[in-house]
Design a binder for this molecule. Structure first.
Ligand SMILES: [Cu+2]
Length: 124
């Protein structure tokens, strides 16, 4: 009887440590530098990421052009997230934005040099 008790204690310990390490491995956070310009970009990128497999949440800081993404470990990778952002036309770290998608972005979402509006972004 005593032996059985020890075994169940051991099993419980294994279960507890197992679930703790599973929890640690569950989510991951990554900061990705993006070529966002305005709040429309923020919405577009966050929406894109929301539909991406494994993404729990994302928040784009327009001041720092950085999107913080929380994702399920093993369900996606920072590479896949950068690819998803690139697919809608934005640069993501060292991955250049897809040229076709970028061309379709509204003027305000383009980089200053590419804007049609001559009043936008000529500070120099
Ligand atoms: Cu925009």
């Amino acid at each position: 009887m005593r032996k059985l008790k020890n075994i169940s204690a051991l099993l419980i310990m294994l279960l507890v440590t197992g679930s703790i390490s599973a929890q640690n491995a569950k989510t991951e956070e990554v900061d990705i530098k993006v070529s966002s310009q305005c709040t429309m970009c923020k919405e577009r990128i966050e929406r894109t990421l929301a539909f991406e497999k494994g993404v729990i949440k994302s928040n784009l800081d327009l001041e720092t052009h950085t999107v913080k993404v929380t994702y399920k470990n093993g369900k996606t990778t920072p590479e896949a997230l950068r690819k998803a952002i690139s697919d809608v036309g934005y640069d993501a770290d060292d991955v250049a934005g897809d040229a076709k998608a970028y061309a379709k972005l509204p003027d305000c979402c383009k980089k200053e040099a590419d804007r049609v509006d001559p009043h936008a972004g000529h500070n120099h």
